[in-house]
Design a binder for this molecule. Structure first.
Ligand code: ADP
Length: 581
């Protein structure tokens, strides 16, 4: 399921909002561009005067020199003003881009994990990279060129019309001819560029999945299948690219052919009028120079139109993320107590294929519950639902009477924390790695952080050269899996949740480290509700109750001794495990 895309109305609304937020800069750009184009009008006007004086035979060397100096001065002023106009428009573009990036990153970081998981990382990655790049190019290249070009054309048309209305009409002659081609192009461009963006996302998604699952692909010998997927994605992308090329191949030739038309028609009509005495040669020269000046901005506008359309489609994709529903969480909604209730819980990753098929379970505060069962039974999925990573398809997962998935993240993480095998160490200092777990708004001091590290037996931390300010993660001090895990557990100490869900948290570690970590774990778990998805059965033995999950259901539930006495699946599992240990 890909992320949403903003529709035309939303794009329009967002554009107006962005322009309004930057209205001072927009006004500056418009003013400077008009002034620069205005200065550009002076040169041809003075040249026309020179022509008239020479034609009338009244020109002196002094006047011509003075007028020529005026032409030079006007050119210089135009250069200067154009420079400032460009600077203003670039600054405007960078400001808008910064705002867009900040909005996008802010929104993405606040997305619930389930939305990110469902939409796939390829789509998000393409939006953050390619789409931000497209919008950036649009704002740096197309926007200045087009906005300044259009203003220049307007000013020039007004100037020609003011000098001679009929020649003004000649200058506009290209418009009715280029208009149908432009409309044809604009009608199709949005969908075409959106399709191109979606195809790029899909291709990246597929390629990333193949690369990430490289070992699996090799183990299962499905290289051909994956190559087929890539070929198909690339085929779609190729067709999308061809679609956008086709659009350009129609608009550009039409536009370029049409743009030389006004110059020749102005020359013909103006020449005829001059010969009939209806116009001075000076005015004709000035008008011709103005019309000639329009050609460059016209070509510039058409050529950059593609970039702007591409940027527009990317903009719609970026803004689309803002359309995702806000977390339905109500920060004021607080669980009544720490009792966990699962009733009639069903869940499926793939529609129609339930992996949980009616789970009923009640965990009282302070209880230690072990969840055991064969691989693929649905244990991790139960853990995900308990930690609020997703909501059940049917039934309820309640904490103190409130659905867990509806709790605000800051409320939830102070109550339930999931510890699994993914102990991510963020690039930054050890202090930053711990502080992310400090309760909202509380600046954790060194003593608190060090005490949390002590609680998980991380004595190595005190020996680090820069102490808490030591840089860890990529580029810094590499933390071994055991140390990374201790950092993760220290975060749990800092969060101080009532309930900890452990999902095979120590299974990747070698036995010695695991024993060490489990000792730290015991300290962390003291006094909390613990739901341990267990792979070593001694965890189950020490628990208050054991839930056996098989095929998406709880098949046995009770204390270790009771289940052994009952002689069911758990008893069989226990005796086989015990026999071999
Ligand atoms: P366990 O933790 O007991 O090994 P899981 O909860 O991880 O079981 O998985 C239960 C079932 O759900 C398995 O059949 C697994 O293949 C499937 N499953 C797990 N994660 C996903 C996913 N992201 N997409 C599709 N199926 C999944």
């Amino acid at each position: 399921m890909s992320l949403p895309v903003a529709d035309r109305a939303e794009v329009r609304r967002d554009t107006v909002r962005l322009l309004r937020a930057e209205r001072g800069r927009v006004a500056g750009v418009v003013l400077l561009t008009c002034l620069a184009t205005g200065a550009g009008l002076v040169g041809p006007y003075l040249l026309g005067r020179i022509v008239n004086l020479v034609e009338a035979g009244t020109a002196t060397l002094g006047t011509v020199d003075r007028l020529a100096a005026g032409v030079l001065a006007a050119a210089f002023v135009q250069l200067l003003l154009t420079r400032y106009a460009r600077r203003a428009v670039y600054r405007f573009g960078e400001h808008v881009l910064r705002r867009l990036r900040e909005d996008f990153v802010g929104r993405v970081l606040s997305l619930p994990t389930r939305v990110v998981e469902r939409s796939g990382t390829g789509d998000l990655t393409t939006r953050v990279s390619a789409d931000v790049g497209n919008v950036g190019n649009g704002l740096r290249g197309a926007l200045p060129e087009i906005s300044m070009g259009v203003l220049q054309i307007l000013v020039l048309v007004v100037a020609v019309t003011w000098l001679h209305p009929l020649l003004g009409l000649c200058a506009l002659l290209g418009l009715p001819l280029v208009w149908p081609a432009a409309r044809w192009y604009l009608r199709r461009s949005r969908e075409t560029y959106l399709a191109e963006g979606a195809a790029l996302s899909a291709a990246l998604e597929g390629a990333t999945a193949t690369a990430e699952g490289g070992r699996t692909v090799e183990a299962l010998g499905v290289q051909e299948d994956r190559r087929g997927v890539t070929d198909r994605d690339v085929g779609v992308l190729y067709r999308a690219r061809r679609g956008s090329l086709r659009l350009r191949s129609v608009l550009f030739p039409v536009a370029e052919a049409v743009f030389v038309l006004p110059v020749s028609v102005t020359l013909l009509v103006g020449g005829a009028m001059y010969l009939n005495g209806g116009m001075s040669l000076g005015v004709l020269v000035t008008c011709l120079l103005y019309v000639q000046q329009m050609v460059d901005p016209m070509i510039g506008v058409t050529q950059r139109m593609e970039e702007l359309q591409r940027a527009g489609a990317s903009f719609a994709r970026l803004r689309g993320v803002q359309r995702l529903p806000e977390e339905s969480a109500d920060p004021g909604r607080v669980p009544a107590d720490d009792r966990i209730e699962l009733s009639g819980v069903r869940y499926s990753y793939v529609p129609g294929h339930d992996v949980l098929r009616g789970i009923d379970l009640s965990v009282r505060p302070g209880e230690r519950l072990a969840v055991v069962g064969p691989s693929g039974a649905g244990k991790t999925t139960i853990g995900r639902l308990l930690s609020g990573a997703d909501a059940p398809g049917a039934g309820h997962v309640l904490l103190g009477g409130v659905p867990v998935a509806e709790l605000a993240p800051e409320v939830l993480r102070e109550r339930i924390v999931l510890v699994n095998q993914e102990h991510h160490v963020f690039t930054g200092t050890l202090r930053e790695n711990l502080a992310i777990a400090a309760p909202e708004g509380v600046e954790a001091d060194d003593t608190t952080l060090l005490r949390a590290l002590d609680a998980v037996d991380a004595d190595w931390a005190r020996g680090l050269a820069d102490g808490l300010d030591t840089r860890v993660g990529s580029g810094g001090e590499a933390l071994s899996p055991a140390r990374a895990q201790q950092v993760a557990l220290a975060r749990v100490v800092l969060l101080d949740p009532h309930t900890v869900v452990l999902d095979e948290a120590t299974s990747l570690l070698d036995p010695r480290t695991a024993r060490h970590t489990e000792r730290s774990l015991a300290a962390v778990l003291e006094g909390r509700t613990v739901i341990a998805i267990a792979h070593r059965l001694h965890t189950a033995h020490d628990a208050d109750r054991v839930a056996v999950v098989a095929d998406g259901r709880i098949t046995e539930l009770g204390a270790h001794d009771e289940l052994i006495a009952a002689g069911g699946a758990y008893a069989a599992l226990w005796s086989s495990w015990h026999g071999t240990d």
